[in-house]
Design a binder for this molecule. Sequence first.
Ligand code: FES
Ligand SMILES: [Fe+2]
Length: 439
Amino acid sequence: MLNRDENDLLARVGPGTPMGAFLRHYWMPACIAEELPEPDGAPMRLQLLGEDLIAWRNTDRSIGVMQNACPHRGASLFFGRNEENGLRCVYHGWKFDVSGACIDMPNEPAESNFKHKIKATAYTVIERGGVVWVFMGAADPAPALPAFEWNLLPPEQVSLSMLVQECNWAQAVEGGIDSSHVGFLHGKLGSALAAIPAGTGRYYSQKDNAPRFEVMDTEYGMVIGARRNAEDDSYYWRISQFLYPFYSMIPPSGALGAATVSGHAWVPMDDHHVMMWEIEWHPNRALTAKERERELANKGTEGPEGMLPPSTRPGGRWYPRLNDANDYGQDYELQRTLWFSGVPSTQIQDIAIQESMGTVYDRTKEHLGSSDTAIIHYRRRWIAGAKALAETGETPPGVTVPDSYAVRSASLVLPRATSWADEGRKVWFAKKDTTVASV
Ligand code: FES
Ligand SMILES: [Fe+2]
């Protein structure tokens, strides 16, 4: 349980809030580079940390991200003309380059030097591995990008997509590090359950619904070991990574060598919307057509997990069709026969439940148990980090050690007496030509 002040501190991310200031020290994945395909193409609305932004691809293929309000009299630059290395406001024709400098002011006398005094708020952008990264902090130069394995592989080995969740970022994060919901919320019934082969990680997950948690701090965040009974003399360990400020890596499942790794980023748009990135990668080979199809089926316009028709609001390509307005497609017949929850998709199950808590959950009302260990730990460290920044100016953790982000999740079956952390450490570093540890 948190008190009201702590709850606000954790949840609120807008300009001037302690958590907002904390998060502004990190690079943010803002959109997929393919969403801005052409130079001089249409600008796109974005929203990050409570700020309305506009993104556009410049004539020279660089990307501009700046506040979506013209410095002249506040018109939206979404309507702007993206032309010859700058974005021109259609209200009175002022034009800005990617650094935010005003480079043309055609409604002022030609001899005026007023334009040299005007600068729009623009943020530093780097495009890498198919991601448009934005830095909204004050540090100059900005820190190096975190060395995520998935962001440094060739594009054929990585899949990137998103879903917008209409709730606060922190409760989405808490859903992501809460491994004990997996056997319930994502549980399968009847023939679907019987089809899971014995001796696999998914089988052990379904069999033991009361995992024990151990959490270990790292310089980039924390590693979470969730222990379930496997056979009489062994445990099944699901080892998740959680990295500052909002990234997870989910333990892989599937045969050794075949398994992909996946993870999320929960990027706060404002206090009531979070962009949930879904990232899947294989460190050693291209993703197969089937692996990509699975992702496409989740994101296509067909089937229960389809998307609403795209709109131009921030994140407007990534709103799911199953949502609050249609009870997320919950079906009580499905609940009796196939899915424990009755909601027909793993991703929508998470979203349905996290949104059902209210857009900013009031944590003064909760009752945490031992299965909430990792959540308690996360809150403590993140709140302490935001307070340390506010009180002493301490740089938030992880920012100065971007190379430490080169890690993976893992799953292992180990003899009961063996240390999960010792064995985990042998396999969770993302080294070239090593195999993902999976059961
Ligand atoms: S409001 Fe943009 S040029 Fe006047
Ligand atoms: Fe989940």
